[in-house]
Write a protein of this length. Sequence first.
Length: 475
Amino acid sequence: MVRQEPSFRESVDLMFNRAAALMDLPPGLEEKIRVCNATYTVRFGVRLRGQIQTFTGYRAVHSEHMEPVKGGIRFALSVNQDEVEALAALMTYKCALIDAPFGGSKGGLCIDPRQYEEHELERITRRFAYELAKRDLINPSQNVPAPDMGTGEREMAWIADQYARMNTTDINALACVTGKPLNAGGIYGRVEATGRGVQYALREFFRHPEDVAKAQLSGKLDGKRVIVQGLGNVGYHAAKFLSEEDGATITGIIERDGALFDPEGLDVDAVHNWIARHGGVTGYPDATHTAEGAAVLEEECDILIPAALEGVINLTNAHRIKAPLIIEAANGPVTAGADEILQQKGTVIIPDMYANAGGVTVSYFEWVKNLSHIRFGRMQRRQEEARHQLVVDQLESLSAALGKTWSPTPDFKQKYLRGADELELVRSGLDDAMREAYQTMRVLWHEREDVKDLRTSAYLVSIDKVARSYRAKGL
Ligand code: GLU
């Protein structure tokens, strides 16, 4: 009999159930946590090109154990209620795992953004934002959206402005959405954040030789062969940082119109520029092109990074995946059925709710920045530099007193004297969040006999935190 693939939301629920079965939750609480609290569907009309076009959008609120609830807004034709509910649930677990003080939410608009001019998209986005804001589904203290597939800084700026126009006396209006451009209340490092988080997650994984051995790998990230699916914002930054800073070799890049493969390593920026100019990877001169892109998921490599859509590793291809380590940069790229097959094969999966939590982590910093109305580091930076200067002066006079010339490594002074700016602080906060969360997950993975994989331990950690919040509220 052919096994049926469950829907995305069912897949998330199945994974949740697998973990919840290992917990001792009070009766009823398990269900309370699993179910999506509310989903609002809106259909609105916008007059475009001489006629009214109707659009369908959603905002799902999965859990309000902490408020505001948080999660992106996706613009794609594939958006539907099941998908936003699955994604909202993942947001709940992601925020809990990474210690971002939010409940989980997600939104989506059924639209192919490439079919519209910028001014048309602005009108559609503002109208969608208006529908959500008037029901407090966009609100600095209740529900704070962010970018997701098909949206970015530009859309977030429109949403923030729309909210501000509707709430002219709200001094915290900028905190109603994150992922805004820098000149409209954004924060340094938000655009790169999810990809950067994937890099920090892998660095942390490779700091633990026992974990690396579980994936039948050894050594460090340096020289590891990596295949990336999707060179969007997340995939691009992850691939770029891993190749430029950690010595990984990006052997494959899979896009909508096929895949590029080069065992010697692809130039991520060159491929990214090619896609920007030509709309796809076809015709890229310096690699082998395969029209059947999905087949490259099954190529030999050390690390596979699905950074595009959900469900790409499923019952049909899971048994052919050769990568011993998968890091889920996308949300839900591995279905529940595929997850079981891969686990039996011994594949180690670094799960989505951890691997791609970098985005919401930096969103958290942006939200705090907006509420505090001051950029990070503004008060301390020069004071820090002055204190460091004192140390350098002392070292110089000490060596002079000893009749020696102090000659530190060339970039020491420049690095040591400079006070941390916002970008450095954001990266440090993100690195800390990614390290801490990984360490909590791995403890359960190693210590509990019944916890066979990182996903189950990620669920255990987050469900436990959500359960504690509910209990503290008296539920
Ligand atoms: N859309 C991103 C995610 O799936 C970011 C959410 C946020 O920053 O709130 O995690």
